[in-house]
Design a protein around this ligand. Sequence first.
Ligand SMILES: Cc1ncc(COP(=O)(O)O)c(C=O)c1O
Length: 378
Amino acid sequence: MKFETKVVRAGISPDPTTGAIVPPIYQSATYVLPEVGRDLGFDYTRSSNPTRATLETALAAVEGGRYAACFASGMSTVDAILRLFKPGDHIVSSDDVYGGVSRLFNQILVNYGLKFSYVDSSDPAKVARAIRKSTKMVWIETPTNPLIKVTDLDAIGKICKKNKVLYGVDSTFATPALLRPFRYGADIVMHSVTKYLSGHNQIIGGVAIVKTKELYDHLRFQQKSIGAVPSPFDCWLTLAGLKTLAIRMERHSENGLAVAEFLEGHPKVKRISYPGLASHPQHEIARRQMSAFAGMMSFELIGGLKAGRSLMNSVKLASLAESLGSVETMITHPATMTHASVPKKARLARGLTDGLVRISVGIEHKDDIIEDLTQALA
Ligand SMILES: Cc1ncc(COP(=O)(O)O)c(C=O)c1O
């Protein structure tokens, strides 16, 4: 099946009792056993649920993995993955990761003995140098949140293979419509399903997709033991959103490029980061590994924070909001919103200035989005 077909059809078959074309929402906590010691495939929804299983089958197929495990958020997914490790284990991570991921690593998991090194993973040599004897995983976010840096997944895959360490990729900003980390040797592909995969700002969710039974068993054990699982209704909404992923990403990418080109040519814009622009430092790598560049970009205005604040307070169509990857265009101030939990010194060290503005370009008509930005920048 081609990707466009998979997002609509993978894992979906007519309901065996009624023929319903849309899989039902199995809003049930428990399941009646026909006799002691025998169930019909499900026993308790924390462990598994038919609607969640349908979504997991679909997401594994769409990403090109073998197994998927869904969680209640992107964050609980990252947490479940990191529970693979023991005190003293070391993880090399991209330096520019979502603020919630930094918070989980630096304020929670370090208390359980995990060690982290942060490197600019757009330079693979830095990743190779950061690997120690105790390194168990390299964790890459690409493109990154919020600086939209791109990592050469093939180069990192070779480093992970040579050093026999796990390779995890947070592919939230790209989605399987545009990027396939498994092709470059990834062991775990993770998404905040809250964003593009569900696509409609209705749910919070996450998924980890893997190729081996061993990793899958670990994830299933986390679902069952911790219980940070999505509700059947959230899984059902995600299944509905997933069906349009291919066409949404086409439109996000088309609009994204148009908005990025507009901003790059605007006299008030000091610098912009969008992987589809030739000016992006990793544009060639992005072109090689991504089929298009989605709708995420960040930029800085001449006039810094004051100018950025004025823009964010003046938009009318774009919504000033935390999230990204939905059909609506959203504008965010990373320093006070998505990355507020990163201490200021650490934020500035990685280039995340107070004046940085992030836009998630939606699927409205690009002329309307550009018109809105034009009036807000005037
Ligand atoms: C790249 C990335 N990874 C993980 C997350 C966390 O996902 P969630 O908000 O679904 O917990 C986010 C949220 O913004 C994100 O942008």
